[in-house]
Design a protein around this ligand. Structure first.
Ligand code: XMP
Length: 319
């Protein structure tokens, strides 16, 4: 009978047999799958594991520090954090088209990951958080859903002498099992049950051109929304929730003065498969509170709207 405990034991045994005493590289994103792989490999091979965490500058408030705290500080995982905000923002300058942004972010991500992986001496294996549904899906093409690292199987940018073989310890598991394993291995509940976050991150939640100023405003608004969802026990009742930055200015009044500032949209959906979704009917009082907090606490944002579009016809993300 398969229990979480013996799924873990089995996976650990297989990894040890496979990689022996050789070194393994893992791209850590902070998402559930790569996090569980990191925790599992830490248990299985400890010091042989090096994680590369690319901070794109398009992550949520304090996300990079949280990833480092969870893995490097608390679990003793060797993690190389690459602060690449400048490179990402530079590459995205002047680019407004969503698909062009996705391509730039994906390409740069792979490039930076490869640069770092190539510096890890004697690395022979590339670990990935591929799970069973990814294996089934990989033949089909779910547009827009680009698992950057996952689709990057041959690690093209690495030197010939450094061809990495794949190790995918979650390949036979469903998401629920992956989450159970994560909890069992000591990952925080909020990390294991966090809403999905797209690979391109805030790059597709800032409409049009991505700028640091916009990303900073969006991070603060988004953090308030998420904090209040947790506080009101609503986080686990919605499938995905986030703020979107609209680079248009709207007039408002604040005290005696007029403000002419940016707009943020809140998005929250309920869905089982993310292929169709309904907008979450969050309580008006809750939305009122979130709106007030954002406008009061985030100078630069003067208006908050709530997205009441279903999928279809709208998508969950705005880009
Ligand atoms: P849409 O916006 O297509 O989103 O209704 C469906 C789900 O996919 C996520 N999403 C992405 N995930 N790279 C990703 O890794 C992407 O480019 C991307 N675009 C959308 C979205 O967050 C939602 O969960």
């Amino acid at each position: 009978r398969w229990t979480t405990g013996n799924i873990i034991e089995d996976a650990i045994g297989k990894v040890r047999t496979k990689v022996g005493a050789e070194r393994v590289v893992l791209g850590l994103s902070g998402g559930v799958d790569s996090s569980v792989v990191a925790a599992l490999l830490q248990h299985a091979i400890g010091e042989q594991l090096t994680c590369v965490f690319v901070d794109t500058g398009l992550l949520r408030l304090n996300e990079g520090d949280q990833v480092m705290a969870t893995f490097a500080e608390h679990m003793g995982v060797r993690v190389i954090r690459v602060n690449a905000e400048g490179r990402f923002l530079g590459a995205l300058q002047g680019i407004a088209d969503p698909e062009a942004k996705r391509k730039i972010i994906g390409r740069l991500f792979v490039e930076i990951f490869d640069e770092e992986a190539a510096k890890i001496e004697d690395a022979r294996w590339l670990a990935q958080g591929t799970i069973y549904p990814d294996v089934i899906e990989s033949a089909g093409s779910k547009t827009g859903k680009a698992h950057v690292i996952k689709s990057h199987h041959n690690v093209g940018g690495l030197p010939e002498t450094m061809k990495l073989q794949l190790v995918e310890p979650l390949r036979e598991l469903f998401k629920d099992e992956v989450r159970q394993i994560g909890l069992e291995l000591g990952l925080p509940y909020e990390m294991v049950y966090r809403h999905p976050f797209p690979g391109p991150g805030l790059g597709v939640r800032i409409l049009g051109e991505v700028r640091k100023e916009y990303a900073d405003l969006l991070r603060r608004a988004d953090a308030i929304f998420i904090e209040e969802l947790y506080r009101h026990d609503l986080y686990d009742k919605v499938s995905q929730a986030f703020a979107v930055f609209l680079p248009v200015k709207s007039v408002g009044v604040m005290g005696d003065g007029r403000r002419y500032d940016y707009v943020v949209a809140l998005r929250a959906v309920e869905t089982v498969d993310f292929m169709t979704a309904r907008w979450a009917h969050l309580p008006y009082d809750f939305l009122d509170l979130v709106s007030r907090r954002i406008i009061n606490e985030v100078p630069g944002i003067s208006r908050v709207t709530y997205d009441i579009s279903g999928k279809p016809p709208a998508t969950i993300e705005w880009e």
